[in-house]
Design a protein around this ligand. Structure first.
Ligand SMILES: Cc1cc2nc3c(=O)[nH]c(=O)nc-3n(C[C@H](O)[C@H](O)[C@H](O)COP(=O)(O)OP(=O)(O)OC[C@H]3O[C@@H](n4cnc5c(N)ncnc54)[C@H](O)[C@@H]3O)c2cc1C
Ligand SMILES: Cc1cc2nc3c(=O)[nH]c(=O)nc-3n(C[C@H](O)[C@H](O)[C@H](O)COP(=O)(O)O)c2cc1C
Length: 574
């Protein structure tokens, strides 16, 4: 029990804290309790930032597995750093990508650490999907397992570090013993990841069997992203008259640091007419301030710049239904329509609705310029997203806004690094498969290789609907072919003949030569639509390896796995 003065201090602290702060506090206290183990309580961070000892003590644990699930390489880098630190302390650490991890090994593991990011709308990275699904299959008995999870994410997304949370929870449900609490990290993850490594290593060195850690979570609420204010230099539609598509090439003046293969992230604003309609429908004072994720902002600012209102996920619609006390069928709907069809009863109820809304998620666009060739500029290639709802043609929020930008307007963005999708050494060959906007990073690759005089061969597979209207960057590509920067190109214009022809069909036709390039050490890159394109391309690639390499299915899989592990087979698909 607490003495009266201590209790009073605690009550004051609680009264002055937001819900988020209280969640943080409860996690923090659980972490402190888990670490004390009979000792006087030390702040979590004091233990976490302890320096490495000069002479490593003999660790109580000698062997661990560190498995990472990554999309853009951050988790892999951290897993490798963690292993290096463990090895310095005399612990034999095996690092493995979750895509390579043998699922049957899990029930044999004793000390198992996962570093995993979250992708999509709260999903695991594609490479970790099999592992993730395996945890949900049920029937696993992991009573022998001691584990901890480091989760990477971005607080700008609605479901912060969801995949890491899920893995942490499932491992515990299957009997695993959590030895250090889940650590959720924002995009500036170095400090928190370093603290987590230290906490885990301290446990492994001293007493891993000590009291299990609570599922405490220490989160940071600010993203450490560097936001650049770019100025639009030009914005042109790359498709010709008569095309069924609109793909915009934007040139942006900005002194941002990036490498070919990186993307930029943009958080779009909501259309003014929707915001105004919501304000007038509800009668709420636009200047009224509310707290959203620890920031005090006006309703007007929240609706314009912070909250996703255009197209709500089903989980938000469910919460809305609970607030207004109505049955709302699972439907694709925006806030304005919800308010029209299922009105709130007053402003207080509307404020409650604001509380359940999620932040506008950033959208990524592959950079299509090269730092060497286009100094001081960033180019992107944006397909205007068009879809039909109830017979009405609509456009995607961000791509529509980008398509309308004019020279001299400004655009805020951040650079999203991708340490996996990178050009190899100058003398290595590359095979680039990028239909549609998938061409974007390959324009960057080719411009970079041109500007740096790289000697490796370059082979491009490009495709779209029609040759005459949809051959994006045709003139530049033809120039690169003429000057020899581009060694070879194969195009597939799907709708120029009766039967559909896609890039994978062109790859199949080039099977012998393509396999020859692979055998000569070429790197393979795929960019563009995740489904069905990247799946079909991968299947054809496997077929080519089987056919040309005279391998069976398992041998072809392991050939591709080897390419993947050595960084010679990379995808950036969406
Ligand atoms: C690593 C990466 C790189 C990328 N690179 C590129 C690139 O180089 N070029 C490019 O063009 N894109 C790229 N993208 C895709 C891009 O980030 C966006 O996802 C895309 O532009 C669509 O965003 P949007 O805001 O325009 O559409 P959103 O508004 O997000 O809409 C997306 C989809 O949601 C549904 N939807 C939205 N609103 C409604 C509604 N009211 N009713 C019903 N359904 C609705 C529709 O199915 C729609 O197609 C990339 C993505 C990733 C992850
Ligand atoms: C398309 C996309 C979707 C993302 N979705 C989420 C998300 O839902 N929740 C989250 O916390 N982070 C999300 N992130 C952020 C990543 O988890 C974060 O950038 C992380 O550092 C990536 O680590 P990795 O390189 O190991 O994949 C998303 C990133 C991208 C590119």
């Amino acid at each position: 029990m607490l003495t009266t003065p201590k209790l009073k201090t605690l009550q004051e602290l609680i009264a002055g804290s937001t819900k988020e702060e209280l969640i943080w506090l409860s996690g923090y206290l659980a972490g402190v309790v888990a670490q004390t183990n009979g000792q006087p309580a030390l702040p979590v961070l004091a233990a976490a930032t302890a320096q490495e000892p000069d002479v490593p003590a003999k660790p109580a644990v000698s062997k661990i597995t560190i498995a990472y699930g990554t999309e853009t390489g951050n988790s892999k880098k951290l897993a490798t750093d963690f292993a290096t630190r463990a090895k310095k302390r005399g612990i034999n650490a095996k690092v493995v990508g979750l895509e390579q991890y043998r699922l049957t090994d899990l029930s044999k593991e004793e000390y198992f650490f996962t570093v995993i990011s979250t992708q999509g709308d709260g999903e695991p990275p594609a490479a970790a999907k099999k592992f993730y699904d395996h945890l949900y299959k049920g029937g696993l008995q992991l009573g022998q397992l001691k584990y901890s999870v480091l989760a990477l994410g971005d607080t700008s997304y609605p479901l912060f570090c969801k995949a890491g949370e899920d893995v942490d929870q499932q491992l515990q449900l299957m009997g695993g013993q959590r030895i250090v609490s889940l650590q959720k990290c924002d995009t500036d993850f170095e400090t928190e990841a370093g603290s987590w490594f230290d906490q885990v290593l301290q446990k492994l060195i001293s007493n891993p069997a000590a009291a299990p850690s609570a599922p405490a979570v220490v989160t940071r609420k600010t993203t450490g992203k560097k936001i650049y204010a770019g100025t639009i230099l030009s914005n042109i539609n790359l498709n010709d008259i008569g095309s069924g598509k609109q793909t915009y090439h934007l040139e942006i003046a900005a002194e941002a640091e990036y490498q070919p293969g990186d993307s930029i992230g943009i958080t779009p604003e909501n259309p003014a007419e929707i915001v105004e309609a919501i304000l007038s429908l509800t009668g709420v004072d636009p200047a009224r301030t509310l707290i959203f994720r620890e920031e005090q902002l006006s309703v007007d600012h929240l609706l314009r710049k912070k909250l996703n209102i255009v197209f709500l996920p089903e989980r938000v619609v469910k919460k809305y239904a609970a607030i207004v006390g109505q049955d709302i069928p699972g439907t694709k709907i925006g806030l304005l329509d919800l308010l029209k069809i299922y009105p709130v009863k007053d402003i207080t109820q509307f404020q409650e609705v604001i509380g359940i809304l999620e932040p506008i998620a950033p959208r990524l666009y592959s950079i299509s310029s090269s730092p060497e060739a286009h100094g001081g500029e960033i180019h992107i290639t944006v397909a205007k997203d068009t879809f039909v709802v109830n017979g009405e043609t609509k456009h995607g929020l961000c791509s529509d806004a980008l398509s309308q930008l004019s020279p001299d307007q400004t655009l805020d963005f951040y650079v999203h690094k991708n340490s996996q999708f990178k050009l190899p050494e100058q003398d290595r060959d590359v095979i680039m498969i990028g239909p549609g906007t998938g061409i974007a990073p390959f324009r960057s690759f080719l411009a970079e290789r041109d500007a740096t005089g790289a000697s490796g061969r370059n082979w491009l597979f490009f495709g779209d609907q029609h040759f005459t209207t949809d051959f994006l960057y045709q003139t530049e590509i033809q120039n690169w072919l003429e000057t020899g920067v581009l060694t070879k190109i194969n195009t597939a214009f799907s709708r120029d003949q009766q039967e559909k022809v896609y890039v994978q069909h062109k790859m199949q036709k080039q099977a012998t030569e393509l396999y020859g390039w692979l055998e000569a050490g070429a790197y393979v890159y795929i960019c563009g639509a995740k489904e069905p394109m990247s799946v079909d391309v991968e299947n054809v690639l496997l077929g080519i390896i089987r056919q040309e390499g005279k391998k069976n299915a398992a041998q072809a899989e392991s050939y591709l796995d080897e390419l993947r592990t050595s960084g010679r087979y990379v995808k950036d698909v969406y």
